[in-house]
Design a protein around this ligand. Structure first.
Ligand code: SAH
Length: 294
């Protein structure tokens, strides 16, 4: 039977609203910041090969909060270098938010921003049509590989843009997270076949292993408070459920069986722990760092 469920990503305004609430209910950005301040500096230390100018590409940057933190660490590791920062982001709302954020931050004069309002696939096209030969020193794609058709192909293209000592950083939910369990159980009912959507760093590692690509990896512990999902009719709960299932208006459009099954699984010990009356979902992230092609 064809699925009547619509994907959340097709409604940018509801997607952004539910993503914002997810950020408020989870330690998503906090655990990324910990990684950026504690581990990323060592990863960035070797890039650039002594050049006075670095090329950076951010793919799926959202509102840029995380990007600017990474650029700040880059600046501290390589003081005095200038940075060319290509932002690849299809949502005009998010690009706008990013530009506003940049306009409010002092001391970003060392960065030249290029705003590409496009998807990763369109950027690849654009790069090939323009026969660009520029090489990148640091490319990152944080929580975006769900939205491409074939993550392996996307990774191969961006890896091919890396110059000497360049690094490609990928962050996605970990295969060991509640997300991984939810997707392994309900992939056929929930996941959009047009895009990879239900992909975890576990899947990416399998792809890289099968291609013989070497990488470093890290696990970042993270949590998400999903208690509101269990109060029927709660507006925040519905937004969070849309985000978790990536289905637009999940509560209203899913069959009662699917809804009950998903809610049961979400509070199952495989996905969550219950403590002090709250249901805390395992939002662990995985980080993968890939070097320039050998
Ligand atoms: N990196 C940010 C935002 C993650 S949300 C952070 O971690 O906070 C995912 C982002 O990917 C959204 O901003 C969305 O607009 C963008 N996106 C969606 N489809 C995309 C595609 N095909 N190519 C590039 N970015 C995409």
């Amino acid at each position: 039977m064809a699925s009547p469920l619509k994907s959340l990503v097709n409604d940018d305004s509801r997607y952004q609203k539910s993503f914002q609430l997810f950020l408020e209910r989870s330690s998503e950005h906090k655990c990324m910041r910990d990684f950026i301040h504690n581990k990323l500096p060592d990863i960035l230390a070797s890039i650039g090969d002594g050049k006075s100018h670095l090329n950076v590409i951010g793919v799926g940057s959202g509102a840029g909060e995380i990007d600017l933190e990474m650029l700040s660490e880059l600046h501290q590791k390589h003081p005095g270098v200038t940075v060319d920062n290509e932002v690849v982001e299809p949502s005009s709302q998010q690009l706008h938010n990013y530009r506003v954020l940049v306009s409010q931050k002092p001391d970003l004069d060392y960065i030249k921003f290029t705003w590409n309002k496009m998807t990763a696939a369109q950027f690849e096209q654009h790069w090939k049509v323009k026969k660009m030969t520029k090489k990148a020193d640091f490319i990152h794609m944080i929580q975006m590989l769900y939205y491409v058709k074939d993550p392996g192909v996307t990774i191969n293209f961006f890896q091919s843009l890396l110059g000497k000592n360049g690094k490609l950083l990928i962050i996605l939910v970990s295969g060991e997270s509640g997300w991984g369990k939810l997707w392994r159980t309900y992939r056929n009912q929930l996941c959009d076949k047009e895009i990879s959507q239900c992909v975890t760093t576990g899947d990416i590692k399998n792809i890289l292993d099968s291609e013989g690509v070497s990488y470093q990896s890290y696990e970042l512990p993270s949590q998400m408070d999903i208690s509101e999902c269990f109060t029927q009719g709660d507006e925040n709960g519905e937004l969070l459920l849309d985000f978790l299932t990536e289905v637009l208006d999940f509560s209203k459009t899913a069959s009662p069986e699917l809804r009950a099954g998903v809610l049961n699984l979400l509070r199952h010990p495989d996905c969550s722990v219950e403590s002090e009356g709250k249901v805390i979902f395992n939002n662990n992230l995985g980080v993968i760092v890939i070097d320039q092609l050998p």
